[in-house]
Design a binder for this molecule. Structure first.
Ligand SMILES: Nc1ncnc2c1ncn2[C@@H]1O[C@H](COP(=O)(O)OP(=O)(O)OP(=O)(O)O)[C@@H](O)[C@H]1O
Ligand SMILES: [Mg+2]
Length: 391
């Protein structure tokens, strides 16, 4: 937990102060500045987008604006610890910044001992919030085009997750995940939703279908279940309860941006965006990325996975990356026989044939997603307005 870097966004109206903060942070291996600028609105946007560990707000020349920003960040970005900083300032202003929500005050130029203390406090704050949250990690395996292998990947990622996992079938009209796991569910998400407002761990346990100790399925409604009554707020409550009962929640949503899918994607810590190597799927993935941008998901929330990859296809992964302007996080080989064989057998490939190339790549993706990174980690700083950061 504390080994994750302390990420920072900095507001400074003064270049000298910014350079001072930057030099000080460079001396602490835990700290990493994501971006910095002199515009209050842009800093607010950057903090909302990156959700850094801390925002350093130099009270500087326009102290009133800076205090306003501290208030706003404290109210609207509670995951970020706000630190006020100033070169020479009155005790009154320091107090005002602390009363507006700043967790600490950093004197400029930065003293190395004080910096260590401030970074320790940021780590404490972050850890406190993580412990208070203690919720399972939610991953949506999404494709805006059907048939790309989203359900196959969702089932196999869930089966390769390192801890107690629930796989949730959000294809409300035509869920097929029981086939992938060889299950015959007696209950579905429709039963859970009927208990709206009263869902607790007992209710969750009653309506999931176990595959093994570590893997359960919350099935899509059966033919007899009324689907039209299921609303986004019901799904939201169900997902929240599931994150309290499981370490991992893996979602297989529909291939559209309907309100239920958007609710699920909003809730997810990360989205595995699945595409295959045909033009229609690549275009569709690009449209999805544009929609994610529009609804404000940070790009660090999205991991692109190419399925049915083959050297024989003319389109290379580099071209996909160029077209999507996103790195490819994983690439799963095309092997119809192996994949269909596992689906027909009703056992996820990572369990039935763990040494196959496809299973090994899915294991690698699962490790890279869940045991090597925290949600949102690995973000590249955006360059558009980082005029202070010469990268
Ligand atoms: N890596 C792969 N190699 C070969 N075939 C694959 C691969 N991945 C998936 N498939 C095949 O593609 C088909 C569609 O897979 P799947 O049902 O997982 O896709 P989907 O995106 O969930 O589609 P939909 O939800 O529209 O049914 C299946 O028949 C499956 O066997
Ligand atoms: Mg599917």
């Amino acid at each position: 937990m504390t080994s994750q870097p302390v990420t920072l966004v900095v507001l400074s109206t003064d270049l000298e102060n910014f350079n001072d903060i930057r030099a000080a942070m460079a001396s602490d291996p835990r700290a990493r500045i994501l971006s910095g600028g002199n515009d209050v609105e842009q800093v607010f946007e950057e903090v909302s987008r990156h959700q850094p560990s801390a925002a350093i707000i130099n009270l500087g020349r326009n102290a009133e604006q800076a205090i306003g920003l501290i208030r706003r960040l404290t109210a609207e970005c509670p995951g970020t610890a706000v630190i006020s900083a100033a070169r020479e300032t009155s005790a009154d202003l320091i107090l005002q910044s602390l009363r507006s929500g700043a967790k600490e005050f950093l004197r400029l130029p930065v003293d190395p001992d004080e910096l260590r203390t401030v970074i320790d406090r940021i780590c404490d704050y972050r850890q406190g919030r993580e412990e208070a949250k203690k919720r399972g990690r939610m991953t949506a395996v999404f494709s805006s085009k059907g048939g790309c292998g989203a359900s196959f990947i969702a089932a196999n990622l869930a089966a390769s997750a390192p801890a107690r996992t629930v796989l949730v079938d959000l294809n409300l009209e035509a869920g097929d995940l029981p086939l992938f796991l060889g299950l015959n569910p007696k209950h579905s998400i429709a039963d859970l939703v009927e208990r709206h407002g009263r869902i607790d761990e007992r209710v969750v346990t009653a309506f999931v279908t176990p595959h093994s100790d570590g893997l359960h399925l919350l099935a899509a409604p059966r033919e007899v279940d009324p689907v039209e009554k299921i609303r986004p707020e019901h799904v939201l409550e169900a997902l929240e309860r599931l994150t309290e009962s499981y370490d991992h929640v893996v979602l297989d949503p529909q291939h559209t941006f309907d309100p239920i899918t958007l609710t699920a994607l909003d809730q997810a810590d990360e989205i595995v965006l699945v595409l295959s190597l045909d033009l229609a799927a690549i275009r569709s993935a690009r449209r999805s990325l544009q929609i994610f941008d529009r609804v404000g998901y940070p790009r660090s929330k999205v991991r692109v996975v190419v399925n049915r990859w083959s050297k024989r296809v003319d389109l290379g992964l580099a071209q996909v990356e160029e077209f999507l302007e996103e790195p490819v996080f994983g690439s799963i080989l095309s092997d119809y026989e192996v994949v269909v064989g596992s689906i027909n057998m009703g056992t996820p490939l990572v369990l039935s044939n763990p040494r196959s190339k496809i299973a090994r790549e899915i294991h690698r993706i699962s490790r890279a997603l869940w045991t090597e990174t925290a949600p949102g980690e690995g973000e590249k700083p955006r360059r558009s307005w980082n005029f202070f950061l010469k990268r």
